[in-house]
Write a protein that binds this ligand. Structure first.
Ligand SMILES: Cc1cc2nc3c(=O)[nH]c(=O)nc-3n(C[C@H](O)[C@H](O)[C@H](O)COP(=O)(O)OP(=O)(O)OC[C@H]3O[C@@H](n4cnc5c(N)ncnc54)[C@H](O)[C@@H]3O)c2cc1C
Length: 495
């Protein structure tokens, strides 16, 4: 994996930089010793590690602005970091860069019941928002499986999704306002406590920008009323393709479940062994559908989904009888990643999206690739969204297996694009999918995206080396004319 080469001019400023940060933030908020820096050397994509030159932990927006001003003046690169659960390497530090940790931004500033929103700092864990507003009968809808740990700032940066996003939308559909600090230290407020922001949709631009455009220092999230009734249905199938077809039938019938998830045999067995969720073990695929709303509506929908499942060949059907059992059904799915971690020394979690009607075809492709690459693959899907999470099992200690797993993963993502889907569903591009961007975008597309980056960060100091496969300097990009896909400035470093 190629990253921007460390610059001697940046490394030479280390001592002065540390002194300047300490004067601004205090001694404890600046981590410069090698043991302390180890904490930050990777994120959820553990195959890659790199200690930053220095890590800083500001606690206020003014401090973030101060840090960024220092970095802009000195030409130092900055990698923002929330909880470090990114699976695409978005928070991987640079050897000559500053790691800007938002962990001390951990307060819920206001719960505004009248406007159904909460104002929170970016380091607050996703689940803590729902916990804080539960007494008001409200919750925050996007629920990544990492929600106990991942931060809301990281969710905004990755436009995170989760099992309930099929009905309620992903992060971008559930935030109302942002405070952002730009690389020159300017503080910008976007949106507010109301539904529509004026002007261009800059919140939409910032959401999912993976720390490349600005640092999020405050988030106003939408809160939803807890549904009156919630029931889950487990549906087991003897064939993976039947489960895929069932998903298409449910959505095609006009039903929008609150969640519609799928697990294959390996994932079912791993999850069941991990947390005793009550899953059938004699099936090849399991669907979990959740229906929510007023009681009679949920009853009617459960009956309709069950009938569709039977017609699609389901051999086992179980409805949750109470809240504890519903939670148990989800516990297996939410713990699927760590559960798979127990059956293989290492796994590589992929994230791509396809039109959901092509799920059976995609499963066939993955099955062929397991044979071609000689590696097992457990499949967990946000099936209703067509968002795949194949978990490729490998052993990092076996020579060549990581490279094989990565090549296998790249083939899956290319197949997603071929089938009319996209490279990522919710985990972001980061470094993981960076070099595959040209599978999906032309040079012209990428140049336009980089022009947007240049408008926010003309010196390319925020999280460089992520998302874009080619490092352009903004001045050159401004003059760039791409003709018939011919790449100008071929001499510029490409990662
Ligand atoms: C077991 C497991 C399950 C997961 N399940 C899901 C899932 O269901 N759905 C899903 O969407 N994701 C999932 N993820 C991925 C991950 O949790 C999300 O991408 C999450 O949004 C990352 O949040 P974080 O706080 O850990 O961010 P980090 O990993 O710290 O950073 C992620 C990116 O955001 C940037 N960033 C972080 N904070 C800020 C900020 N305040 N301002 C600007 N940029 C910032 C970083 O530079 C980086 O590019 C899972 C991860 C794990 C380990």
């Amino acid at each position: 994996m190629r990253m921007p080469a460390p610059e001697a001019a940046a490394l030479a400023q280390r001592d002065e930089l540390i002194a300047e940060f300490r004067a601004l933030l205090g001694r404890d908020a600046v981590i410069a010793d090698q043991t302390g820096l180890e904490v930050y050397e990777n994120d959820g994509l553990t195959a890659y590690a790199q200690k930053p030159m220095v890590a800083v932990l500001p606690a206020t927006t003014d401090e973030v602005a101060g840090v960024l001003k220092i970095c802009a003046r000195r030409g130092i690169r900055v990698v923002p970091r929330g909880a470090g659960t990114s699976l695409s390497g978005g928070a991987l530090p640079l050897a000559d860069g500053v790691l800007l940790g938002l962990g001390r931004f951990n307060r819920i500033l206001d719960v505004d019941v009248a406007n159904r929103c909460a104002v929170v700092q970016p380091g607050v864990p996703n689940l803590a928002i729902t916990t804080a507003v539960a007494a008001h009968g409200l919750y925050y809808a996007p629920d990544p499986s990492s929600q106990i740990a991942c931060s809301i700032g990281g969710n905004v940066a990755e436009n995170a999704g989760g099992v309930h996003c099929l009905k309620y939308g992903v992060t971008t559909n559930n935030i109302l306002g942002l405070e952002i600090v730009l690389i020159d230290g300017t503080v910008v407020r976007l949106g507010g406590r109301h539904m529509d922001a004026g002007g261009y949709d800059l919140m939409g631009v910032l959401t999912g920008s993976e720390g490349l455009l600005g640092v999020v220092t405050e988030v106003t999230v939408r809160l939803l009323p807890r549904p009156e009734t919630v029931r889950a249905l487990l549906m087991g199938f003897p064939q993976v393709a039947d489960a895929g077809a069932c998903v298409a039938e449910i959505i095609g019938a006009g039903i929008v479940p609150a969640g519609l998830e799928m697990m294959d045999r390996d994932a079912i067995h791993a999850a069941e062994a991990f947390c005793d969720a009550g899953y059938p073990l004699d099936v090849e695929a399991l669907l979990i559908a959740e229906l929510d709303g007023p009681g009679p509506e949920v009853e009617a929908l459960i009956a309709r989904v069950a009938a569709i499942a039977r017609a699609a060949g389901a051999t086992s059907l179980r409805e949750s009888r109470d809240e504890a059992e519903r939670q148990r059904f989800w516990a297996g799915r939410k713990a699927a990643f760590p559960a798979v971690g127990r059956i293989s020394p290492d796994y590589y979690c992929m994230d791509g999206t396809i039109p959901r009607g092509r799920l059976p075809e995609m499963l066939g492709i993955i099955s062929g690739l397991t044979r071609e690459y000689g590696l097992r693959c457990a499949n967990v899907f946000h099936a209703g969204d067509g968002n795949l999470h194949p978990l490729i099992l490998y052993d990092a200690n076996a020579p060549g297996e990581l490279e094989r797993a990565e090549a296998f993963g790249a083939e899956i993502l290319k197949a997603c694009v071929r089938l009319g889907g996209v490279l990522t569903g919710e985990h972001g591009v980061g470094i993981e999918k960076r070099d595959l961007m040209s599978e999906m975008f032309t040079e012209t597309d990428l140049a336009h995206q980089q022009r947007l980056k240049c408008a926010f960060d003309p010196d390319g100091l925020l999280n460089p080396g992520k998302v874009f496969p080619t490092l352009h300097r903004c001045a050159e990009l401004g003059r760039m004319h791409v003709h018939h896909g011919q790449l100008p400035h071929a001499h510029l470093p490409r990662f």
